[in-house]
Design a protein around this ligand. Structure first.
Ligand SMILES: O=C(CO)COP(=O)(O)O
Length: 133
């Protein structure tokens, strides 16, 4: 599965803890991230992770482009609901595309726990069918 990992600044510690706790599951997949989130995950876990631009510089849009091409299977996006983001339109666009393409989107730790356990159980095989692989 292709998995996107994204976290706003105040949620980056959640993302680090999450990726450390679930490295044994996540490392079996292709991981993508926005720039700063990706650096921090790689540093904390040593996992291979493709890094796009930082979110405010277009990273959310690059991940959105993968969704639009049906190349992203899961998005884990720990967004900060209490801080205004300069690139809010990009954040909304990314989440909107998840809904357009029926891509599972976890926006907080509670939902991400469920998603990662489903990944472990192979519950995302329907994505292979959707992608025609
Ligand atoms: O802003 C972000 C998502 O909207 C995250 O970007 P960074 O991972 O580069 O901090």
């Amino acid at each position: 599965m292709n998995i996107a990992l994204i976290a706003h600044d105040k949620k980056k510690s959640d993302m680090i803890e999450f990726t450390i706790a679930y490295t044994h599951i996540l490392e079996k997949h292709q991981l993508y991230a926005t720039g700063t989130t990706g650096s921090k995950i790689a540093e904390a876990t040593n996992m291979d992770i493709h890094r796009f631009q930082s979110g405010p510089l277009g990273g959310d849009q690059q991940i959105g482009a993968m969704i639009a091409q049906n190349d992203m299977d899961v998005v884990i996006f720990f967004r900060d609901p209490l801080t205004a983001q300069p690139h809010e339109p990009d954040v909304s666009a990314l989440m909107r595309l998840c809904d357009v393409y029926q891509i599972p989107l976890a926006t907080n730790l509670g939902a991400a726990e469920i998603v990662v356990r489903a990944l472990e159980h192979g519950d995302f095989q329907w994505r292979e069918i959707v992608k025609g692989k």
